[in-house]
Design a protein. Structure first.
Length: 128
Protein backbone atom coordinates (compact mmCIF):
# COMPACT_ATOMS: atom_id res chain seq x y z
CA UNK A 1 0.00 0.00 0.00
CA UNK A 2 2.83 2.37 0.87
CA UNK A 3 4.55 1.74 -2.49
CA UNK A 4 1.33 2.58 -4.34
CA UNK A 5 1.06 5.92 -2.48
CA UNK A 6 4.69 6.77 -3.27
CA UNK A 7 4.22 5.93 -6.96
CA UNK A 8 0.97 7.93 -7.07
CA UNK A 9 2.63 10.94 -5.41
CA UNK A 10 5.55 10.77 -7.86
CA UNK A 11 3.14 10.61 -10.82
CA UNK A 12 1.20 13.66 -9.57
CA UNK A 13 4.44 15.62 -9.10
CA UNK A 14 5.67 14.73 -12.60
CA UNK A 15 2.34 15.75 -14.09
CA UNK A 16 2.31 19.08 -12.24
CA UNK A 17 5.88 19.89 -13.31
CA UNK A 18 5.11 19.06 -16.93
CA UNK A 19 1.98 21.25 -16.89
CA UNK A 20 3.96 24.15 -15.44
CA UNK A 21 6.65 23.63 -18.07
CA UNK A 22 4.09 23.62 -20.88
CA UNK A 23 2.36 26.73 -19.52
CA UNK A 24 5.68 28.54 -19.27
CA UNK A 25 6.58 27.79 -22.89
CA UNK A 26 3.25 28.82 -24.44
CA UNK A 27 3.10 31.73 -26.81
CA UNK A 28 0.25 34.22 -26.65
CA UNK A 29 -2.86 32.79 -28.23
CA UNK A 30 -4.28 35.00 -30.94
CA UNK A 31 -1.19 37.13 -31.47
CA UNK A 32 -0.93 38.05 -35.11
CA UNK A 33 2.38 39.91 -35.17
CA UNK A 34 0.78 43.00 -36.75
CA UNK A 35 2.54 45.37 -34.37
CA UNK A 36 -0.38 45.92 -32.01
CA UNK A 37 0.71 46.62 -28.48
CA UNK A 38 -0.72 44.54 -25.69
CA UNK A 39 -1.28 45.47 -22.07
CA UNK A 40 1.31 43.05 -20.68
CA UNK A 41 3.47 44.07 -17.75
CA UNK A 42 7.16 43.46 -18.30
CA UNK A 43 8.84 42.01 -15.22
CA UNK A 44 12.61 42.13 -15.12
CA UNK A 45 13.05 39.45 -12.46
CA UNK A 46 10.83 36.90 -10.76
CA UNK A 47 8.58 38.37 -8.09
CA UNK A 48 9.60 37.94 -4.50
CA UNK A 49 7.84 38.31 -1.16
CA UNK A 50 9.33 39.99 1.92
CA UNK A 51 7.59 40.04 5.29
CA UNK A 52 8.57 42.10 8.29
CA UNK A 53 7.97 45.12 10.51
CA UNK A 54 7.64 48.58 8.94
CA UNK A 55 10.53 50.73 10.17
CA UNK A 56 9.59 54.03 8.55
CA UNK A 57 7.25 55.42 5.94
CA UNK A 58 7.89 58.35 3.58
CA UNK A 59 4.55 59.15 1.89
CA UNK A 60 6.08 62.03 -0.13
CA UNK A 61 8.69 59.79 -1.77
CA UNK A 62 6.36 56.74 -1.78
CA UNK A 63 8.93 54.60 0.06
CA UNK A 64 8.76 52.27 3.06
CA UNK A 65 11.46 50.41 4.96
CA UNK A 66 10.64 46.89 6.13
CA UNK A 67 12.83 45.05 8.66
CA UNK A 68 12.70 41.29 8.25
CA UNK A 69 14.80 38.16 8.51
CA UNK A 70 17.31 39.40 5.86
CA UNK A 71 17.72 42.85 7.40
CA UNK A 72 16.06 46.10 6.33
CA UNK A 73 14.89 46.71 2.78
CA UNK A 74 13.52 49.90 1.23
CA UNK A 75 10.66 49.50 -1.25
CA UNK A 76 9.22 51.90 -3.82
CA UNK A 77 5.45 51.65 -3.27
CA UNK A 78 4.40 54.26 -5.86
CA UNK A 79 2.82 51.61 -8.10
CA UNK A 80 1.76 49.19 -5.38
CA UNK A 81 -1.78 48.15 -4.59
CA UNK A 82 -2.51 48.57 -0.89
CA UNK A 83 -5.22 49.68 1.47
CA UNK A 84 -3.71 52.95 2.66
CA UNK A 85 -0.12 53.60 3.61
CA UNK A 86 1.12 51.23 6.35
CA UNK A 87 2.25 52.70 9.65
CA UNK A 88 5.55 52.10 11.46
CA UNK A 89 5.71 49.00 13.71
CA UNK A 90 2.99 47.23 11.71
CA UNK A 91 3.81 43.94 10.02
CA UNK A 92 3.42 43.77 6.26
CA UNK A 93 4.05 41.37 3.41
CA UNK A 94 5.48 43.04 0.30
CA UNK A 95 5.35 41.48 -3.17
CA UNK A 96 8.12 43.08 -5.22
CA UNK A 97 10.47 42.80 -8.16
CA UNK A 98 14.01 44.09 -8.51
CA UNK A 99 14.53 46.39 -11.48
CA UNK A 100 17.78 48.31 -12.04
CA UNK A 101 18.75 47.76 -8.41
CA UNK A 102 15.48 49.20 -7.04
CA UNK A 103 12.87 47.15 -5.23
CA UNK A 104 9.51 47.98 -6.82
CA UNK A 105 6.55 46.81 -4.75
CA UNK A 106 3.54 45.49 -6.62
CA UNK A 107 1.42 45.02 -3.48
CA UNK A 108 1.66 45.66 0.25
CA UNK A 109 -0.59 43.60 2.52
CA UNK A 110 -1.02 44.11 6.25
CA UNK A 111 -0.24 40.91 8.20
CA UNK A 112 -3.12 40.03 10.58
CA UNK A 113 -2.41 40.60 14.29
CA UNK A 114 -2.49 36.88 15.12
CA UNK A 115 0.18 36.13 12.55
CA UNK A 116 2.11 39.31 13.44
CA UNK A 117 2.45 38.03 17.01
CA UNK A 118 4.32 35.01 15.64
CA UNK A 119 6.65 37.29 13.68
CA UNK A 120 7.05 39.55 16.71
CA UNK A 121 8.06 36.57 18.88
CA UNK A 122 10.63 35.63 16.26
CA UNK A 123 12.03 39.18 16.28
CA UNK A 124 12.33 39.23 20.06
CA UNK A 125 14.15 35.89 20.04
CA UNK A 126 16.43 36.98 17.20
CA UNK A 127 17.23 40.27 18.93
CA UNK A 128 15.98 42.51 16.13
Amino acid sequence: MEKILVILAAAVMMLSFSIVGLANGQSMAGSSGTGHQTNLQVISSPGEVYTGKVGWVDPDMQRIMVSGPDGSKIFDVSGATMKGMPEPDHFVSVNYTVSNGHMLASSVVMVPKRVALLYDAWYWNAGI
